[in-house]
Design a protein around this ligand. Structure first.
Ligand code: ZN
Length: 255
């Protein structure tokens, strides 16, 4: 059986967010610091990057505090972005898909429904959706359609031995999470299925919702699959950096 280690790599932040951003419709008076991350799943034979971060151009446009090019962050653990073969895009918000062009030889794995929504549904061009997406990176992905560098997934699918993409809607139309076998059993990189650990522990999603009913059902699905609750990881929690062994600057080993 293929066993993987999981690393969290911070590429921007910290950012201050209101509590009501992180916990839907509550904690209005609180604030909390979060980070932007990509993740690395490392096995004996394969390395998979989860999410692509943001290009320097986009980081400038969005004025991302504390930004470091994900290419340089990966280099700290001896991964050359040019050599990366597999990149899972959990969803097409700019902070997750905005760096696809940094991986010129990678195959990208995206849920087809997520991809079609952002590329083809006119609603994706409306202000609240435009605000959280990046047309340049979406166009880059579109330029790969029909080639073997873009794999459009339909529902739960294994992409490599021991690594499965799971349809996990709620935050976006067809966000996918990534499950893998680790030394401690099945773990899931949940990306923005939760912004912080509290979303899972308190059963309460963030404010960025396209389907709250679907989101709660996604929580049931993911909890059922992980070997233990602490192996279900959120997308933006600063604790991903603070509570795990550091292996290089701004990089921790989660499992
Ligand atoms: Zn995000």
């Amino acid at each position: 059986m293929s066993i993987y280690e999981i690393y969290a790599l911070k590429y921007a932040g910290p950012f201050v967010r209101t509590g009501a951003h992180l916990m839907w419709y509550r904690d209005w008076e609180k604030t909390e610091k979060i980070n932007y991350y990509i993740w690395c799943i490392k096995g004996a034979d394969e390395t998979v990057i989860v999410d692509a971060g943001v290009t320097p151009q986009l980081a400038g446009k969005r004025e991302l505090h504390g930004y470091v090019n994900p290419v340089d962050v990966l280099a700290r653990i001896n991964i050359r972005a040019d050599d990366v073969r597999h990149v899972v895009i959990t969803h097409m918000h700019f902070d997750h898909a905005g760096g696809v062009s940094l991986f010129p030889r990678a195959t990208f794995y995206i849920q087809e429904d997520e991809y079609r929504f952002w590329l083809e549904n006119p609603v994706a061009g409306r202000p609240p959706f435009r605000y959280v997406s990046d047309t340049a990176s979406n166009a880059y992905l579109a330029s790969l359609e029909g080639t073997d560098r873009l794999v459009l997934l339909r529902g739960d699918q294994q992409i490599l031995p021991g690594i499965q993409c799971l349809l996990s809607p709620g935050h976006t139309v067809a966000l996918q999470t990534v499950a893998m076998n680790t030394a401690r059993g099945k773990a899931i990189l949940g990306s923005d299925c939760a912004h912080v650990f509290r979303n899972y522990t308190e059963d309460w999603p963030s404010c960025l919702i396209v389907d709250l009913v679907g989101w709660m059902q996604t929580y049931d699905k993911l909890r059922e699959l992980v070997a233990s609750a602490d192996l279900l990881f959120p997308g933006h929690d600063r604790r991903l950096l603070e509570n795990y062994p550091q292996v290089a600057k701004d990089i921790t080993r989660l499992v």
